[in-house]
Design a protein around this ligand. Structure first.
Ligand code: CP
Ligand code: NVA
Length: 339
């Protein structure tokens, strides 16, 4: 297996074997890092990280991952560059592709990351678009494998906005790896029919299953993994909070939902998560909507504090694994390393 020169725009770009290889490589890099074994395999290379949206995990994972591999890194944030304002994505791609060996992009339109990939001439990695978040899914799959020892046959139930980047990408990841994906949300927030059809085709080959339900109790039955994400994603106007809370408050992951899952089920969240009033937005939402929706009065939105802080929660291991998996993606796509 040699992934040199490949882009990572969605996990649809990779076969099940290639995904398994990336997870294996991530686990090897994690072990080496813990043992203090240096792996500066990409000295003399440079990568650029383009962010149209904010980030903690993805940015830091790319920066630390690149530095651990011996690379130079440039961060370009939502302001301060010409991209998208005075210069098109296509021109930006052709400029940066001549200076850097790889490009990470986080932004709004998936078409923008596709455009970068088409014109950069170097590997492009999608660090999140409105539609997909593939590097997150690699970390999630790695975390599940570390916990259960395998991926095939694991049931992952996703609560919340299942047609956002996380819902779409988890569905693809589960389909690729022969897992059982359950989306638990109002039907208006299920992934689009075309993507479901594509994933059903993949599932036929891998033994995965895809289920869609509006019933919060049914959704967690037999689940090994309960997963949720924010109810309002970056780039959505703040006006959608009201309707989203109305639609999704029955899907809040709380002790009751967890109690219907398997007794050894784990809780996952890509983070950041709203589980209290210790964030600006969490406090605002609690103050504005708490009296109408008691479940959100303490700033606990998609997940309650007792669940995210429980022994079943693996969210910080999952966050750490962002770095190991992103490092593996950069190493595999920028070098001749073979699995
Ligand atoms: N999960 C994730 O992508 O986090 P950031 O927005 O902090 O990068
Ligand atoms: N759906 C979220 C994911 C954050 C990592 C967002 O796009 O804001």
């Amino acid at each position: 297996m040699n992934l040199k020169g490949r882009h990572l725009l969605t996990l649809l770009d990779f076969s099940s074997e290639e995904i398994q290889y990336l997870i294996h490589l991530s686990r090897q890099l994690k072990k080496e890092k813990k043992e203090g074994i240096s792996h500066q395999h990409l000295r003399d290379l440079n990568v650029v990280l383009l962010f149209q949206k904010d980030s903690t995990r993805t940015r830091c994972a790319f920066e630390v991952g690149a530095m651990d591999l011996g690379m130079g890194v440039t961060y370009i944030g939502p302001s301060g560059s010409q991209m998208g304002k005075k210069e098109s994505i296509k021109d930006t791609a052709r400029v940066l592709g001549r200076m850097y060996d790889g490009i990470q992009f986080r932004g709004y339109l998936h078409a923008d990351v596709e455009m970068l990939a088409e014109y950069a001439g170097v590997p492009v990695w999608n660090g999140l678009t409105d539609q997909f978040h593939p590097t997150q899914i690699l970390a999630d799959l790695m975390t599940i494998e570390e916990h259960f020892g395998h991926l095939k046959g694991i049931q992952l139930t996703y609560y919340g906005d299942a047609r956002n980047n996380m819902g779409n990408s988890l569905m693809i990841g589960c389909a690729k790896m022969g897992m059982h994906f359950v989306a638990c949300a109002p039907q208006s927030l299920w992934p689009n029919a075309e993507l479901i059809k594509k994933c059903q085709g993949i599932a036929k080959e891998t033994g995965a299953t895809l289920t869609f339900t509006e019933d919060p109790k049914k959704g967690s039955r037999n689940a090994d993994v309960i997963y949720t994400d924010v109810w309002v994603s970056m780039g959505e106007p703040k006006e959608v909070w009201q309707s989203r809370i109305h639609e999704l408050h029955p899907y809040q992951v709380n002790r009751e939902i967890m109690s219907h899952a398997k007794s050894n089920a784990i809780f996952m969240h890509c983070l950041p998560a709203f589980h209290g009033i210790d964030t600006e937005i969490g406090a605002q939402i609690a103050a504005e909507f708490g009296s109408s929706y008691p479940s959100v009065s303490k700033g606990e939105l998609e997940v309650t504090d007792d669940v995210i802080e429980s022994m079943q929660s693996v969210v910080f291991q999952e966050a750490e694994n962002r770095m190991h998996t992103i490092k593996a993606v950069m190493l595999a796509t920028l070098s001749d390393i073979r699995g």
